[in-house]
Each structure stands twice: as structure tokens, then as C-alpha cells.
Design a protein around this ligand. Structure first.
Ligand code: SF4
Length: 376
């Protein structure tokens, strides 16, 4: 039996230190704490996020931030319009939303202030708010990502016991795209030894390619603190033969080893090419001061995304991040800096990044990004 606990919050909008180059959000809003979908792999039960006294209450006791829309209405005036992730931690369209409607009220505030939004959910209740998503799409950027990790009916009761069937999620992706709202799939996480077969990955990518604009691939399922305890208990009870394999794969680490991740990334990347679907989200595009700086920054962040996906040149990927944030924060146009031949005066910009920026400003694309996108 789920218990709803109504709470008052002092603050609702969290500003990230840096823009995320997977989901493109700069801010995060979580209207609810706890999640009724109770996915066994959920990392929101880790102590880092949890406010419940006992992690077992995570799906039975849902904290409802009742005054969140009112707080947001005041708070939002202090921030510049940018992409807000709803939610960063739990599902904004879990059943509680049917009763409380907080996510809808939050979207109304965002539409009024022309903020962009990235919704991440497993529920087709998001279709209820299609009017607001269309409104946001008119003046800003809007995308909806549905997490779908498998269509295997034998596995789903263990992995996602209370979430909507994945076929219905995919249908919602199709409906949103038909309505002109960008929607895609998060294949996150790929669960070792349960959903990591090339057969499952191919089926996921093939089906996504028929309905979605993109599929994000997350091959590094974490196992940490409460999440680890809970997931290993599930394995012990239902898949005891896998315990030794998990021990071998993770040991004491929170993530699987790099060679395992890279092999899955290669496999998924190959299927994305085969079925013609992007494995990334096209960067946001909306009106803002020095829009050209924002576009250059996004281009650099996308290059960093591909380097990270290949687990290649991680230091170089970070260099791209740093320059992107620098350029996004400039109060003069990158076009003017380029025309004056002063790109290399920007901290962190050397020969190769200057060439990428120049290519992008002159041609709207760069050889570097094409190379990074082309292979793994
Ligand atoms: S829907 Fe997301 S937040 Fe909710 S339990 Fe599942 S993984 Fe966790």
C-alpha cells in the first residue's frame, strides 16, 4: 500500500554546475521523492539521493512537494531560460501524478517563462500534457525520453514490476513524435547477464528506430550502497546462478569494467548504424543572447559525448567540456572573436579545438564531429 506524504519545499530548482551532454539539461526539478514503479535496478535508492529512513520504503512512501509549482514561480525569475530535466531522480509521471498533478503545474510555469524541458519517464501519462509540451516546443526546446530496457516478458516482472508495458511506452513515443514533440528511448541501463545479449540490444534498437528520434545507450549499470544490496538480493532469490558472474564482473567496484562497457557500446553503435537511428539527442536550439556561442558550445559537447561513449581520450573529452562552458559563459560573440583571429586567446583553446570552432562557424559542421560519429 503506497502512502503519500505531503511536504513543503523551500526550493525546487537545482542548477547543475555544468550542462549535461547526454540529456542537455542545465537545471533539474524533482516534484516527488520516492518512486512507485519500484524498478529493481533503480539507483535513486542509493544514499546519495535517498531521504527515506529505510530504502525499502522508497516505493511505498512517496513524498509529494505540494508547493513546488508556487515555489518554482518565484524561483524561476532568478534564472536564465535553459533546459530543465524533469525529473533528475524519480519518475515525474508515476501514479502519484494522477492525484497531485504537480508535473503538469510545473510545466505550466515553464511554458509561461519559456524554459526548455527534457522529460524522462516510463509512463504514458505524459500524453495528458501534450498541449503544454506543444506550447513549450513553440517557444523553446522540448524532448521526452522513455526508458525502455527490454521487451522480454519473463524479465520485466523482476526488473520493472510496476511500470507500464514497454509496448505502450513505445506507442507513446510514436504519438509524441506524430504530435511534433521530439521523443526517443533511453536504453538505460543494460543489465549484465539479463538484458545484455546482442539479441536484446538489436531488438530494442530496431523497434526504437521505427518510432523514436533517438536511442540513448547506457551500458554501465551501477551497483552501489542500497541499490547494490537490493539488486543482489533479487539475484540471490531469483537468479542465484548469476551471483558468481556479478562478483566476477563488479568485484568491489560500482561499475562494470571498461572492456565490458566498450564491447556493449560497440555492439549497440553497430545496430544504431544498421537501423539508422541516432545514439544521441540533437542539441537544444532556442533563442537566447549570443545564440552562436551556445551552438558552438553544444557542438563541442557533442564531440565530448562521442569521446566518452568510446571511452576514448577521456582527458581530451574533458578539455572539450571546459572550452564549451567557457564559450557559453562569454559576454561577447564567438563570431567576433573568430573574425578578429583571437580564438586561441580563449583559455583551453589550442590548435585542434580552434579548427573545430572555425569549421563550425564557417560550415555549420566540423570534420572532427563527423570523424567521432563515424566509428567506435
Ligand atoms: S521509474 Fe526510474 S525512478 Fe522510478 S523506480 Fe524505476 S528507475 Fe527508479
Amino acid at each position: 500500500m503506497t502512502k503519500f506524504v505531503e511536504t513543503e519545499t523551500k526550493s525546487i530548482l537545482i542548477k547543475r554546475k555544468f550542462r549535461d551532454n547526454w540529456f542537455w539539461d542545465r537545471y533539474v526539478i524533482n516534484p516527488y521523492r520516492g518512486c512507485q514503479f519500484a524498478c529493481s535496478y533503480c539507483d535513486a535508492v542509493t544514499e546519495k539521493y535517498l531521504i527515506h529512513e529505510n530504502y525499502k520504503d522508497f516505493s511505498r512512501r512517496i513524498y509529494v512537494k505540494k508547493n513546488a509549482p508556487l515555489v518554482l514561480e518565484k524561483e524561476i525569475k532568478k534564472y536564465k531560460p535553459d533546459v530543465i530535466a524533469i525529473s533528475g531522480v524519480t519518475d515525474p509521471y508515476q501514479p502519484a501524478e494522477e492525484e497531485y498533478g504537480l508535473t503538469r503545474k510545473i510545466l505550466e510555469v515553464l511554458a509561461g517563462h519559456r524554459f526548455s524541458v527534457h522529460i524522462i519517464t516510463k509512463s504514458d501519462l505524459v500524453l495528458r500534457d501534450i498541449d503544454l509540451l506543444k506550447e513549450i516546443s513553440k517557444h523553446a526546446w522540448c524532448t521526452v525520453s522513455f526508458t525502455i530496457i527490454t521487451f522480454n516478458k519473463k524479465l520485466l516482472p523482476y526488473l520493472e514490476p510496476f511500470a507500464l508495458p514497454p509496448e505502450k511506452r513505445l506507442k507513446a513515443v510514436e504519438e509524441l513524435n506524430k504530435a511534433g514533440i521530439q521523443a526517443g528511448v533511453n536504453l538505460i541501463p543494460i543489465v549484465p547477464y539479463l538484458s545484455d545479449t546482442s539479441c536484446n540490444i538489436e531488438e530494442m534498437i530496431k523497434k526504437a528506430s521505427e518510432n523514436a528520434k533517438y536511442i540513448l545507450i547506457g551500458t554501465s549499470m551501477t551497483l552501489r550502497s542500497n541499490q547494490r544490496i537490493r539488486f543482489l538480493k533479487l539475484l540471490k532469490k531469483n537468479f542465484p546462478e548469476l551471483l558468481v558472474k556479478y562478483e566476477g564482473l563488479y568485484g568491489e567496484q560500482e561499475n562494470p569494467p571498461e572492456d565490458y562497457i566498450l564491447e556493449l557500446n560497440r555492439c549497440a553503435f553497430g545496430f544504431c548504424k544498421k537501423y539508422g537511428i541516432k545514439n544521441y539527442i540533437q542539441p537544444p536550439n532556442f533563442e537566447r543572447p549570443f545564440k552562436e556561442n551556445f551552438e558552438v558550445a553544444n557542438h563541442l559537447l557533442l564531440i565530448a559525448f562521442f569521446k566518452e561513449f568510446k571511452l576514448k581520450d577521456i582527458y581530451s573529452a574533458w578539455a572539450y567540456h571546459k572550452v564549451a562552458y567557457k564559450i557559453e559563459g562569454l559576454n561577447k560573440s564567438i563570431d567576433d572573436i573568430h573574425k578578429r583571429g583571437e580564438l586561441k586567446k580563449i583559455p583551453g583553446v589550442g590548435e585542434s579545438i580552434a579548427k573545430v570552432i572555425e569549421d563550425f562557424l564557417v560550415n555549420g559542421e566540423s570534420e572532427k564531429l563527423k570523424d567521432e560519429m563515424d566509428s567506435i
